[in-house]
Design a protein around this ligand. Structure first.
Ligand SMILES: [Mg+2]
Length: 310
């Protein structure tokens, strides 16, 4: 294999740096020449990755959680470089969705010259790229409170309190969605734009989307009462496939715009730094990801099959 850069987050949830370095050394033959870069949290990681790719690295092994993986992936959008993931974070949603094993050894064993790959899509907002989801509404308050909680190291009670407090504040508001230039005027309390099917809770899938299907799903929730929310939550917990009248799903393959009457906070892959209006460009097949799913599904083959049939 040519040149691999291992991008290691030493403070990710379950990273044991010595174990990672040892596992890499054991695979020196399989991996070929590689260099290890330990993230500091201070660098502009996407820019750094982009620079290293231009210097000749063509395989990037991200060792960390979704934050690390997302930043490395962002630096590779539109390139031919391969991304591999060794999930060692507290959240490993991208790895989970891509079927990448949780064990350090199994994940590294996947990284070979002829490793199977999938092309995952990205969501571009201004000059940043997201791979999981973008939302506004109840979820933003919970994410913000969870972040505060982590920082202050509060107990579980604080988390429950946050959920109740945010539920109590749930409000419908008029929202205009432009899905691939088609307008929809809705009154909703939550808008979720999902590239990945998972919400990071075990095996719960929120949508039927995949990271490599060339589209994102936009799910809107209309909830006037607490009971509406509880009903939706129950549906997901029980994996009921029926959709409630309060839930609408749109699919977008090119561009989504979300407008509200008053600026509303938006979270983008867990960062609450933006406000509406927000414009999301779907970048199809943005990043080449090493994933065992490659052999299981092939959307391009499905598309050409349809073409032959017509
Ligand atoms: Mg998708």
């Amino acid at each position: 294999m040519a040149n691999a850069l291992v991008v290691l987050n030493p403070v990710a949830g379950n990273t044991r740096v010595d174990r990672v370095l040892e596992a890499l050394q054991q695979r020196a033959l399989q991996l070929g020449p590689y260099e290890v870069y330990e993230t500091t949290g201070q660098e502009d990681l996407p820019a750094l990755i982009n620079q290293r790719h231009r210097e000749g690295f063509d395989t990037f092994i991200a060792v960390g959680g979704d934050g690390t993986v997302g930043s490395v992936a962002a630096g590779l959008v539109g390139s031919e470089a391969r991304l591999a993931i060794v999930p060692t974070g507290t959240g490993n949603v991208i790895a989970h969705d891509a079927g990448i094993p949780n064990s350090l050894d199994d994940a590294l064993d996947l990284v070979t010259d002829d490793a199977p790959i999938i092309w995952i899509d990205a969501m571009q907002v201004n000059d940043t790229y997201a791979f999981l989801n973008i939302s506004l509404g109840l979820s933003v308050g919970i994410i913000r409170d969870a972040d505060q909680r982590r920082k202050r190291k509060l107990g579980r009670l604080a988390y429950i309190w946050s959920g109740l407090k945010n539920l109590a504040a749930v409000r419908e508001q008029p929202v205009r969605l432009w899905t691939d230039d088609e307008p929809h005027d809705l009154s909703v309390s939550e808008v979720l734009v999902a590239n990945s099917p998972s919400i990071g809770l075990h095996d719960l899938s929120l949508t039927e989307s995949h990271m490599d299907d060339g589209q994102v799903e936009v799910i809107t929730f209309r909830t006037r009462h607490l009971l509406d929310y509880l009903g939706i939550i129950l549906d997901f917990l029980l994996q009921r496939t029926r959709r409630r009248r309060t839930v609408q799903v749109f699919r977008v393959s090119s561009r989504l715009v979300v407008e509200t009457e008053t600026p509303t906070d938006v979270q983008i892959d867990g960062d609450v730094e933006s406000q509406t209006p927000v414009s999301v460009r779907v970048i199809q097949s943005a990043v080449k990801l090493i994933s065992p799913l490659a052999s299981e599904r092939d959307f391009s083959a499905m598309a050409s099959d349809k073409g032959e049939a017509s």
